[in-house]
Ligand binder design. Sequence first.
Ligand SMILES: Cc1cc2nc3c(=O)[nH]c(=O)nc-3n(C[C@H](O)[C@H](O)[C@H](O)COP(=O)(O)OP(=O)(O)OC[C@H]3O[C@@H](n4cnc5c(N)ncnc54)[C@H](O)[C@@H]3O)c2cc1C
Length: 382
Amino acid sequence: MISLLNTGKPILIVGAGFAGAVHARTLAEAGYRVLVIDQRPHIGGNAHDYVDENGIRVHAYGPHLFHTKMPRVIEWVKRFGEFVPYTHKVRALLPSGIPVPLPINLDTVNEVFGTHYETAGQVLAHLKSVALEFPEPVNAAEYLYANIGQTLTDLFFRPYTKKMWAMDLEEMSAAVVKRIPLRTDRTDTYFADDDVQMMPRDGYTKIFETIFNHPNINLSLNTCFDKAMLPACEFCFNAMPIDEYFDFSLGELPYRSLKFHHRTAPGLPEQSWSITNFTDTGPLTRETAWHILPHHIVRKTGHHTLTREEPCDYRDNNKERYYPVKTADGRYNKLYDQYKAMAEFETNIAFIGRCGTYQYLDMDQVINQSLTHVEAWLTRRA
Ligand SMILES: Cc1cc2nc3c(=O)[nH]c(=O)nc-3n(C[C@H](O)[C@H](O)[C@H](O)COP(=O)(O)OP(=O)(O)OC[C@H]3O[C@@H](n4cnc5c(N)ncnc54)[C@H](O)[C@@H]3O)c2cc1C
């Protein structure tokens, strides 16, 4: 029988996404009794998926592609289900209707400029010839103009940024776009720099079911956090928005959100990419063809599902918080730092995950951070 280190009060975990799941499972395996709550009616947080009426697996909060360089993250998730290899590809739709590889590569440059380059050297020389003079770029626009020139910037980055962030490139930090890769060869895979790309064979929800399936874990869905819960638990790991916990006393930490527009289409058409980005100035950013992802055709019905995304302010989407807003002056990071300082005075509570720490984190980063965090907490308790 597993000894319960906290025989009196359980540990409370707020949020059944990856941050909460890693904390819950690690604590449960260390012998702690854990109560996981989530205000939503399902587990998995933003990685939750389900099979729709077309027999297609759909990710409820947008496509989630698992990619990582971290061996311990791979080892951890593979304990809870089978993963299959998947190489992610994205195409951007030009105004002409022609889909081109994204990130920009040699073929993208050829299609946009009508050139016939064959080598990386030719592409680099072309980009140098169209680059504008900004020796010390102070924002995303200047950084892009200095590296890829105006045509590519205004086609692939300006409308997308306006739609996605409701911001001009001039208002955005150069750091955001510096991370976007540029390929001068024909590589057309999206995550070319990550060692492993894979998808759970039976979906993310199944992985979460297995993670939470432990005798020390109790799960309570449709349950919103209330400070009155705290005295009944030994410690609380909390993935809720940190500003909400403090009743927005210093102001709101803003997020961008997405409205999802699903549609049904006939057949199961083949194409080599699952996501198409739109370069126009309309409200939609991209469309996912779910049936292209591995094992996403769960039942053949003669139809498939396509989902388009329309970015918006999170207050216009039922307060669904997806992407923390990053500005060139870093004002919201400074506000978060103030909330973080307030949190240091709270005893027996730690903020975790995307909204608890106000950062955009990929799944592998959340898993890695959560493993480090909960292991350190256990070491301090030992
Ligand atoms: C559109 C989109 C696409 C993404 N695509 C990818 C991708 O391709 N690859 C990748 O690696 N990552 C992707 N991510 C990131 C991924 O979703 C996150 O890394 C992951 O979900 C973070 O887990 P989390 O536990 O921190 O947060 P979440 O998954 O958001 O879980 C937090 C949970 O806390 C619950 N909660 C919040 N407040 C309360 C409260 N007061 N009471 C009770 N419960 C509460 C919420 O309901 C939620 O279920 C994407 C994210 C988005 C938004």
